[in-house]
Design a protein around this ligand. Structure first.
Ligand code: GLA
Ligand code: ZN
Length: 681
């Protein structure tokens, strides 16, 4: 991606020198060199500074800083700065201000505060991007562009409402189609004019200020999510295009938030418009490592396996949680290696120097308030910086190879959680995570794919809760299984089409033929209620083996083999786990949300069937991932335990990527230690 300009894992992060006097800048350069920093993200929140009024632009500080960074061999990831509009703009052009979910017109303040459909905002933002591109197009420090910051606002103003009506007109053509798609005869909602359609918020269709999922009209709310994601994407594209008109070969991105599982934006759709994916990853100390692993794998999946940037992470403590514990010694490095092991090609922090005032003054940084290098955090960061220098470009761009994939879909996520009934406890990410964990804990790599991906390279595809089956997906899955693939889906699947309208004739609707079952009813369990899964024994009887929860589908087989039945309730002995031979492959249906023991055994069974083997067998909490480049494999071993462990290696000469020392037989890992081993393939 960065061609010849980069020969190692880039190391750096958000840098806000505009908050500091000039003499500190030189000290920063000294400290950056000590820590091995070679990339700085600049100008992310400097709009007001760069443009003091409508017609004045002032980039002198930025010129000087870009030159200074260049002199110090530090590349620049240049922000366009449009994620917080200047106060003068809000005062003069109130259309830049948003209207919130409760219908309140906001006043100037905070950040991520601009209406995506404000003509003023769009015009000023793209003008700023163009001005920056014109000014820095030939600057030798410029490596890539960081448009805006963590897009994500949802606005309900009149401009957005009109834009929504236009978006609907474009999508549906006629009002009849809209009425049909939203099933508006329900509760007398038939629309006779486009301008009768209002945005779905607490003043209209939504029922709860605290639970944004509670809507009276799923179709409207679903389309609003799609529209809002598109509106923000249009803002991104405007700036990107402004940059690319001036610099056609520019590398442009924006940073994805909420660890990559940010619900309001369809990141698969966004990914198509980004030159490289950039992730902001802020796991809390108590987050299971499989959760971050999953999100990193999702980021790799957004662009079909391409490596991505870790754009922001925290070298020490956060500030925005209720309690913000320090990252324990070794953790920053360990977690950074985890990102690298799953496809990241950069390690970047928020922030390089901790600010002295406002919201983030207690957010961890490379340089603490102490201001010097004699801190634990700085030492740890510098140690990592030096390791990255030694590692060089060995695994830059290396691929992660996987034969199993999870199908992930934002529309499906939105629609299922907007759904009123059968249970509010259904959480898409939880269900996806459960399946992911079953593979993660056995050291089996998993890719993430979208409904548009090429399925043929995978032996196993799992679509947890595929509630929405989009046009053509059923036949795509049928073709995949027909050719020998194994497909797994779960309870509450095949229920609706892309408009959230139920496919009648028995669930799982369009997947019924593939799965060889039909579902008559769905029982929602209370939070503390369980059912049991009785597995079929070799002798043909059923024996209680696992537990399940949340939802229980009442399934009839229409040709599928029954592998397990329920143990409790009036539907005891009805199927809960089935598989259907379809052409050369098999389609599985898991009718409830099973316990982790089941999922582990199930994952094992699926992998054995396809001769998919663990990368390595490791002690518990030792994560392993593998990247491949040319004829070399890179094995990342991460010891998340508080104790040291011994890992048995497979036969093959391995070499430590850091020092070339040959390793064979076993390798010892200290608590929280990460080791990268190379081998030839
Ligand atoms: C986000 C933002 C940054 C900063 C960090 C703090 O990721 O992009 O500007 O606020 O959070 O964790
Ligand atoms: Zn708006």
């Amino acid at each position: 991606m960065f061609k010849n300009q980069v020969s190692k894992v880039l190391y750096g992060g958000d840098y806000n020198p505009e908050q500091w006097p000039r003499d500190i800048w030189d000290e920063d350069m000294r400290l950056f060199e000590l820590a091995g920093i070679d990339i700085a993200t600049l100008n992310v929140f400097s709009w007001a500074l760069n443009q003091p009024d409508e017609s004045t632009y002032n980039f002198e500080w930025l010129d000087e800083m870009m030159d200074l960074l260049h002199k110090n061999d530090i590349k620049v990831c240049l922000g366009t700065g449009t994620a917080a509009h200047p106060a003068w703009m809000a005062k003069k052009y109130p259309d830049v201000l948003t209207v919130d979910f409760e219908g309140r017109k906001k006043r100037y303040g905070r950040r991520h505060n601009s209406c995506p459909n404000s003509p003023t905002y769009r015009q000023f933002a793209s003008k700023m991007a163009r001005k920056l591109a014109e000014r820095y197009k030939d600057h030798p420090a410029l490596l890539l562009w960081h448009v805006n910051n963590e897009y994500g606002v949802q606005c309900y103003c009149d401009n957005c409402q009109e834009a929504f009506q236009d978006w609907l007109r474009e999508k549906y053509g006629t009002l009849e189609n809209v009425n049909q798609a939203w099933n508006t005869r329900f509760w007398g909602h038939t629309f006779y004019d486009w301008d009768q359609i209002v945005l779905p918020n607490l003043l209209s269709e939504h029922l709860s200020a605290t639970n944004p999922n509670m809507t009276a009209f799923q179709g409207i709310s679903l389309d609003y999510y799609r529209f809002n994601s598109d509106s923000l994407l249009d803002c991104y594209k405007l700036e990107r295009d402004a940059i690319k008109t001036v610099i056609p070969e520019a590398i442009v991105t924006t940073n994805f938030q909420s660890n990559g599982t940010y619900k309001p934006l369809d990141y698969f759709k966004w990914a198509k418009e980004l030159d490289i994916i950039a992730l902001d990853l802020y796991p809390t100390n108590d987050m299971p490592m499989s959760h971050t692993a999953m999100r990193l794998d999702l980021m790799r999946g957004l662009k079909d396996g391409k490596s991505f940037m870790l754009m922001e992470s925290c070298p020490s403590q956060l500030n925005w949680k209720a309690q913000n514990p320090l990252k324990r010694p070794g953790i920053t490095k360990l977690w950074s290696y985890q990102a690298l092991s799953r496809g990241a090609d950069t390690i970047m922090y928020f922030q390089l120097r901790r600010s002295i005032g406002a919201f983030e003054k207690f957010h961890g940084a490379l340089i603490d308030h102490a201001g010097h290098e004699h801190t634990r955090v700085f030492r740890e960061c510098a140690e990592l910086g030096h390791e990255l220098q030694v590692l060089g470009d060995q695994f830059l761009g290396a691929q992660v190879e996987s034969k199993t994939a999870i199908l992930f879909d934002w529309d499906n996520w939105w629609a299922m959680e907007f759904s009123s009934g059968p249970t509010v406890d259904l959480n898409y990410l939880n269900e996806v995570q459960k399946y992911y964990d079953a593979f993660y804990h056995q050291n089996i790599p998993v890719d993430f794919v979208s409904v548009e991906s090429d399925f043929s390279q995978y032996d196993v595809i799992i679509a947890p809760v595929l509630y929405m089956v989009k046009e053509g997906l059923d036949s795509k899955l049928e073709a995949y299984v027909n050719e020998g693939g194994t497909f797994v889906t779960t309870f509450f699947s095949g229920i609706v089409n892309e408009n959230d309208l139920v496919t009648t004739g028995g669930y799982p609707g369009k997947l019924r033929k593939l799965l060889g079952i039909w579902v008559e009813e769905m029982d929602a369990l209370f939070p503390d209620q369980l059912n049991r899964m009785k597995m079929k024994t070799e002798r043909g009887s059923f024996k209680s083996a696992y537990e399940c929860e949340l939802l229980c589908d009442l399934i009839h087989s229409e040709g599928a083999d029954i592998h397990a039945v329920y143990g409790e309730e009036f539907y005891a002995d009805m199927p809960v786990l089935t598989s259907n031979q379809f052409g050369k492959g098999k389609a599985w249906y898991v009718g409830s949300s099973p316990d982790s023991n089941f999922l582990k055994d199930f994952a094992k069974h699926l992998c054995e069937h396809h001769h998919i083997h663990p990368i390595l067998n490791t002690p518990e909490n030792v994560e392993v991932s593998r990247r491949v480049k040319g004829d070399k494999a890179f094995l990342f071993l991460l010891n998340h335990n508080d104790q040291s462990v011994t890992v048995e290696l497979k036969k093959a000469p391995y070499y430590e990527a850091l020092n070339g020392v040959e390793v064979s037989g076993t390798v010892e890992l200290d608590s929280k230690q990460a080791v990268i081993l190379t081998s030839s393939i």
